[in-house]
Design a protein around this ligand. Structure first.
Ligand code: NG1
Ligand code: ZN
Length: 562
């Protein structure tokens, strides 16, 4: 985008502190490849060797965001989460540890696609002028990265970007994504009434471990949880964390090889387990075991176990949400508190049986929002206590300031009530309030199972998942697929939704929806129905329909499509 003459004049006063010479020199070190970039649901994400210019420019955006917010600390995380080792990506974290405000995603996209140094400078002008950014404000940025080998060079690109506007910055080295979110919030709230904790990684461990110890105190310990770390950052970081958890936590870590980077997320990790509905490599299960998998940056977790007849059983994000909601409702009641309500937020990918369970058994309000944690987080803030999880295991529980005030001002009028209040307080500390956090969610689930002395099988009995299937369809242009109603209905291409509805009607308990992915160049088809064969048939019929529609299918038509 180029500047209008008017913008050029009005912003020129503010531009004194952009050193054009330095911008050009630094930008020349990070030339833009012939690729179009989009800041999507998970920030920028793609093959690592295409990201140099994007990360350089993300440094500029981070500095501008900080200046816009009067010097508040902005976080930058370099990771590609559950994607293969050759990918990488970058996401920005806003001051309270939440995802970057939606309207800035478009600015990040625009700046990343500027073709020349002059256009980069022009777009900085546009932002300064239209967003009224005072460039004389300080800029403070913190950053971290996962274990991907490409991370180190990308950090240098980021540092060059930060230099353009003279940002003060701190490199926190290798971190899990939620640790960076935690640090960002702590740094922005230090010495305020909203202080979130000590702004160090050690502070994070201390806070969570202390709360967990309160929650399991006096309860018989469960058998060790077998923990698949996807050969990612969760492995070294969870080992560090164990120094703080000590005897209170028993774990057997597998898939912890971060030296051989090609193993990252390979046949392991939360995404592999959830998508394939099977155990990761390197993890031998017996029916007694309770297992969990992190993803590559440790912000997702799923649990699983093996039934007596050796059937693999998945306890995904929906099951965790149900468990957490049930536990919190019971605790609030046990504490004698009657003015805290619990709500749950899901996406269309939540299993229909989980939504039924939440609504009809737990009697909690359930909202459905578009895919992407920022949508869930935002909606969860509307409840006193908002539980949100994506089916893939990314989620957390947020306590509103009013709920926290009630919890901290209640004492309880019996020992049982006082104990429930203590648990509620500790729960609000053990749960990462900024973002879904696999470490914190692991402690949350282990707390509940320990307090109840439950096996995963007992937990699983809350409801039975409807069989479901997720199918990817490679299309020529995924942007032509437009959805409404929390992505459950297509409005474009015209006629496709009617055709989908007509097929779904033929299946018992059938439900299916189609949406373009925000992280991959595919369209996703989700289907569920009463039985496995019906579910598969429904998914493959809709897959075929999408592939054929308006001849948008690209490449070979998958054999299984009907
Ligand atoms: P897309 O590619 O937009 O479906 C995927 C996940 C999201 C979310 C993002 C970010 C599914 C079906 N989609 O998004 O839930 O986690 O990645 O990582 O799991
Ligand atoms: Zn992740």
């Amino acid at each position: 985008m180029l500047l209008s003459e008017q913008n050029r004049t009005s912003s020129s006063v503010n531009m004194a502190s952009v050193n054009v010479l330095s911008l050009n020199t630094l930008s020349d070190l990070h030339p833009k490849p012939d690729t179009t970039f989009t800041y999507g649901t998970a920030g920028f994400r793609m093959k690592a060797d295409l990201l140099d210019s994007v990360i350089f420019r993300t440094g500029i955006i981070a500095a501008l965001r900080s200046k816009k917010l009067g010097g508040k600390v902005i976080g930058v995380m370099i990771t590609a989460s559950h994607n293969p080792a050759a990918d990488n990506g970058v996401k920005l974290v806003d001051p309270m540890g939440e995802m970057l405000e939606g309207s800035w995603e478009a600015h990040a996209t625009a700046l990343s696609n500027a073709q020349t140094n002059e256009q980069v400078l022009d777009y900085i002008h546009v932002m300064v002028s239209s967003l009224k950014i005072d460039l004389t404000n300080p800029a403070n940025v913190v950053y971290g990265r996962d274990t991907r080998p490409s991370g180190e060079a990308l950090v240098s690109a980021l540092e060059d970007g930060l230099k353009v506007l003279g940002a003060q910055s701190t490199d926190y080295g290798i971190l899990t994504t939620p640790q960076l979110h935690y640090l960002t919030r702590c740094l922005n709230t230090v010495n305020t009434p909203e202080s979130y904790g000590e702004p160090t990684v050690e502070g994070y461990y201390k806070k969570l471990a202390a709360a967990y110890k309160v929650l399991v105190e006096g309860k018989p310990k469960l058998s060790p949880v077998i923990l698949d770390c996807a050969n990612g950052v969760g492995a070294p970081k969870f080992k560090e964390f164990m120094n703080f958890l000590g005897d209170s936590f028993a774990v057997k870590i597998v898939n912890d090889d971060i030296e051989n980077s090609s193993k990252l997320n390979l046949n392991s990790g939360a995404d592999f387990v959830k998508t394939g509905q099977r155990a990761p490599v390197g993890l031998k299960m017996t029916p007694q075991d309770r297992c969990a998998s992190f993803d590559g940056d440790a912000d997702r977790i799923v649990y699983y176990y093996m039934d007596e007849d050796n059937t693999f059983k998945l306890l995904d994000g929906d099951k965790i949400a149900g468990l957490a909601a049930m536990f919190i409702i019971d605790l609030v009641k046990a504490a004698g508190i009657d003015n805290i309500s619990v709500g749950v937020v899901q996406t269309a990918y939540a299993n229909g049986a989980s939504t039924q369970y939440l609504r009809n058994t737990l009697n909690v309000p359930v909202s459905c929002v578009s895919t992407g944690v920022k949508h869930l987080h935002h909606e969860a803030l509307k409840y006193d206590v908002g539980v949100y999880f994506e089916a893939n295991g990314h989620g957390t529980v947020v306590f509103s300031p009013t709920a926290l005030k009630t919890i901290y001002s209640t004492e309880g009028s019996s020992p049982a009530q006082a104990s429930a209040v203590r648990s509620l307080r500790a729960l609000s500390e053990v749960i990462n309030q900024t973002v879904g956090d696999a470490f914190s969610d692991l402690l949350l689930v282990e707390t509940i199972l320990t307090q109840r002395q439950w096996t995963p099988k007992i937990w699983d009995q809350a409801y039975s998942d409807l069989p479901n299937r997720l199918v990817k369809v490679v299309v020529k242009e995924r942007s032509i697929f437009k959805t409404v109603d929390a992505e459950r209905k297509l409005v474009e291409p015209a006629g496709l939704q009617d055709a989908i509805d007509a097929i779904v009607l033929k299946f018992r308990d059938g439900r299916s929806f189609v949406r373009p992915s925000g992280t991959e160049d595919v369209v996703r088809v989700y289907a569920e129905a009463a039985t496995r064969p019906e579910t598969d048939e429904l998914a493959f019929r809709i897959g075929g329909l999408v592939f054929d529609f308006n001849s948008n299918g690209s490449g070979t038509r998958p054999r299984e499509f009907i």
